[in-house]
Unconditional design. Structure first.
Length: 854
């Protein structure tokens, strides 16, 4: 499928780009002039650069004019000269023109409406991974670093920002100024950025006197204050942690109305979706604050890990993304300990990674990639979440001090340059004295991870001890293809008496002894990247410990999370896990509940297929009832952050499951919210909206749409858009789907709206039919975007019949989607796994549910 792809020739490389861009916000075009200082390495008559969707009017090298030819497939331009260019430095100058496109990549347009109803137009960049070439002809590969001198020629009333501080501003024509920015350090093209438009900002300085600003759309600057506070805490944290100074004099964070990803770490000018940066004192939820802190923590970590030291090639993308996805938690934990954010990690990252990586259509962390669509594909849960989980395991194994010392070495050795995974392993090995590469390469070069089976018996000749036998094999949901892959697994074991045992499982199996105890748990704290399959008696002991409140929060999470996966793989009957849920009725914490309910969500798909949704809802109601009774609707003075989050999950679940009194209260609160009499706290809005929609009709639907029209806050809009699809009437759901592709929804949010309309099999099939019928629209808007693969994921992952799988398969055979290829395979695999689970467990699930009166 993939087109052949060639890296740029190595006979030349850039040293400095002196770039002047003149964006025109009236007709959405731009003009460019640049002089690139080029190092000619070997004599050559041609220079080949990346360039896409740009017209080049003229080019010359020193005084020699170039003949220009484009290769659209390869996204390159070739400059050919009459005679050989001499080895050494020369100047490649050119003028070019382009279009500010509407596809959220390269140099693109974005619009918003201010509070007076005026349309404000902006020009914005998003270059990672391979779109700098849409704004300037350049050597668009991470290893071809250079310095950049940027000048933007803009209307003098507009804000113009770039990676560096403004150094001069000269009037060039009527109302136009040339804003010149300081030279950047040597860096990769994908980190270059500039934004032009109308923005407000708040500013401050961190403890190291770095100048910081948070830019927001006009009128929203107060919503930037929280992010500014986070950034002011975060930057000094990283400076100390890495023991390397922040290399730039300033850092700007800016909220962009149209933005495909969540955020982008451009050096010194980090761009964000509004929902990942803005916090409103009255209208933002606790979950949003958490998210903003994590995203800021993530992007600021890249300022060192990614920007100062960059991966040599995209194969090592995980170094950037896995690392940042780990350290964002370390940073938020330091700045906001009340979030207990590491507990969130096990659900948001570790569990996501283990889920995806159990598929045959997963991929190793380090993966060969060539062309842009292959590169796009690996911005996924393997690079991010498995990468982060593997780093967390390594950090635990080496210990904080050695780990940190190794990182500092790695950054200092490779600063302003590029590095590979192996370079990181070497630095960490030097600092720790441990065989880091030997242990880690199995985790990054092999796909998948092990399941550890464990059994215990009294140790021979010493009845004060237990002998544990552990065995590893690759964990596979399908289970069919036996694999003989092995990992070197750092394993921790905790016993009821608090004894902690550590070992490195390097072989297929091993045994060791621990002091005898009422229970023994592997993977305490849920730090290892593996699943555990306990012998029946060990599991019984652990369930007893759970019921007696003897397991920590992450261990309670770990137990149910592993058991669901073992059930999905056919190693444990599903009914056993449904029964286990009972033991969680006393659970008090958000993450455990949230994960349990989301795992039950995948069983709900099966119940739906079996026509047992009413009984299923009754099962959920009795499960959540006691916890809901403890917590109630109203915030209590003693409530912390966790209780706030928990309340919304429980109420949401009960409301959708038709719990009478929750429903009545939700309706009452909704009415007062709509009339303005008493606004619902932001934390409970999503669960109230979805409850009234799921149990209401057209009247409630219209009322929610009104709220959508009324708000100018992206967080609130997205909250509503995600809920709309809960409406049960098919004609309302059809309106939701139409809305998703209308100009009332920003392209970046379309996927949420459609995903929100997939809450039952019937709704999912309708959404899938809709997307198929509008496929050309999706291709036009999302071609070559990772948003397309997100769409496939949301739509097609939870089907559960062979006919559905065949339909999806046939559709994508006829309509290939290169950047979503792997996601399509994963969705098909998931569907076929669901078919197998139904065949295996369908009858017993039916029997289990019979006890619940609908
Ligand atoms: N480098 C990425 C942005 C990115 C994502 C560029 C996909 C190109 C394609 C950035 O650092 C990032 O990881 N952003 C995340 C948010 C983060 C908190 C996980 C995102 O956009 O989802
Ligand atoms: Zn990132």
């Amino acid at each position: 499928m993939s087109k052949p792809f060639e890296r740029l020739p190595t006979h030349s490389k850039p040293v400095n780009y002196n770039l002047t861009l003149t964006p025109n916000l009236n007709d959405f075009t731009f003009k460019g002039e640049q002089v690139i200082t080029v190092q000619v390495i070997e004599p050559t008559k041609t220079l080949v650069l990346n360039s896409a969707e740009i017209e080049i009017q003229s080019a010359k090298f020193n005084d020699a004019s170039a003949e220009i030819s484009f290769n659209t497939e390869e996204e390159t331009v070739k400059f050919s000269f009459p005679s050989e260019l001499p080895v050494g430095e020369g100047k490649l100058s050119m003028s070019f023109t382009g279009i500010l496109n509407d596809r959220m990549k390269g140099f693109y347009r974005s619009k918003y409406t201010d509070s007076d109803g005026n349309e404000i137009r902006c020009a914005v960049t998003q270059f990672e991974p391979t779109d700098a070439r849409r704004s300037l002809p350049c050597w668009d590969e991470p290893e071809l670093k250079a310095t950049f001198d940027v000048t933007l020629v803009v209307d003098k009333n507009l804000t113009a920002v770039s990676n560096m501080l403004e150094v001069s501003r000269t009037e060039v024509a009527d109302g136009l100024v040339a804003v010149k920015f300081d030279r950047t350090p040597i860096m990769s093209t994908y980190l270059l950025a500039y934004v032009v438009g109308k923005f407000d900002y708040v500013e401050g300085r961190d403890a190291d006197f770095i100048k910081m600003r948070v830019f927001t759309p006009i009128g929203k600057k107060d919503q930037g204050l929280f992010a500014l506070e986070v950034a002011k805490k975060t930057l000094p944290f990283y400076r100390k942690f890495f023991n390397v100074a922040y290399p730039l004099p300033k850092l700007d964070l800016i909220a962009i109305p149209d933005f495909a990803a969540g955020a982008m770490e451009n050096w010194g000018l980090v761009t964000y979706r509004e929902t990942a940066l803005l916090v409103d004192a009255d209208n933002s939820s606790a979950a949003t604050k958490e998210w903003v802190a994590l995203v800021v923590g993530h992007e600021l970590a890249h300022q060192w890990f990614g920007n100062l030291v960059t991966m040599k090639w995209w194969t090592d993308l995980w170094l950037n993304e896995g690392f940042a996805s780990w350290i964002e938690y370390l940073c938020v934990d330091h700045c906001y300990p009340e979030f207990d954010i590491w507990t969130r990690f096990v659900q948001s990252d570790l569990s996501r990674a283990l889920e995806l990586d159990a598929l045959e259509n997963s991929h190793p962390i380090q993966v060969e990639v060539g062309n842009p669509s292959e590169i796009d594909e690996i911005f996924d849960a393997i690079s991010y979440s498995k990468g982060a989980s593997v780093i967390r395991m390594l950090h635990e194994w080496l210990g904080q001090d050695a780990f940190r010392e190794g990182l500092t070495r790695y950054l200092k050795q490779n600063k302003f340059a590029n590095a590979s995974t192996e370079n990181l392993w070497e630095a960490l090995a030097d600092a720790s004295g441990q065989p880091v590469q030997f242990v880690m390469e199995g985790w990054t070069k092999q796909m998948g991870y092990p399941v550890i089976s464990v059994a215990s018996k009294p140790a021979e000749g010493d009845d004060s001890k237990l002998e544990l036998t552990i065995t590893q094999e690759k964990f596979q949901l399908g289970g069919a293809n036996k694999s003989d892959l092995l990992w070197r697994v750092p394993i921790q074991v905790l016993t009821a008496t608090g004894h902690k045992h550590q070992l490195m499982l390097a072989e297929k199996s091993d045994s060791f002894t621990v002091p005898k105890a009422a229970w023994v748990k592997l993977n305490p704290g849920c730090i290892g990247v593996y699943r555990v399959d306990y012998s029946a008696s060990m599991l019984q002991d652990l369930i007893a410990a759970l019921k007696h409140g003897q397991l920590s929060q992450r261990d309670r999470f770990n137990l149910e999370n592993d058991l669901f996966a073992l059930a999905a793989a056919g190693r444990v009957p599903i009914v056993q896990v449904l029964q286990l849920a009972d033991a969680y009725k006393a659970e008090q914490f958000y993450t455990v509940w949230s994960d349990l309910l989301s795992n039950l969500g995948s069983v709900q798909v099966l119940a739906d297929h079996l026509g047992l949704l009413d009984k299923w809802r009754a099962f959920l109601r009795q499960l959540c009832e006691p916890a809901y009774q403890r917590l109630g609707w109203d915030a209590r003075p003693a409530d912390g952050h966790d209780a706030t989050l928990l309340r919304s999950v429980l109420i949401g679940c009960l409301g959708r499951a038709g719990h009478e009194s929750v429903l009545a209260e939700a309706k009452a609160k909704f009415a007062k919210h709509c009339s303005g009499e008493c606004p619902i706290t932001p934390d409970l809005r999503a669960c109230v909206y979805s409850t009234v929609l799921a149990n209401g009709g057209v009247e409630e639907f219209e009322a929610v749409l009104k709220l959508l029209e009324k708000t100018d806050m992206q967080e609130e809009k997205v909250r509503i858009l995600r809920c709309l699809g809960r409406a049960r009437a098919p004609e309302l759901r059809q309106r939701v789907l139409e809305l998703a592709v209308s100009d009332k929804v920003r392209l970046q949010d379309t996927v949420f709206v459609i995903g929100g309309a997939c809450h039952s099999l019937e709704a999912r099939r309708a959404a899938w039919q809709f997307v198929k019928s509008r496929w050309s629209w999706f291709v036009e808007k999302f071609a070559g975007q990772f948003l397309l693969s997100r769409l496939v994921q949301l739509l097609c992952n939870d089907f559960c019949t062979a006919e559905d799988a065949d339909d999806v398969d046939a559709f994508f055979k006829a309509n290939p989607a290169p950047s979503a290829e792997r996601n399509i395979k994963q969705a098909l695999e998931n569907t076929r796994l669901n078919v197998a689970i139904l065949a295996r467990d369908g009858d017993s699930v039916k029997e289990f549910l019979a006890q619940f009166a609908a």
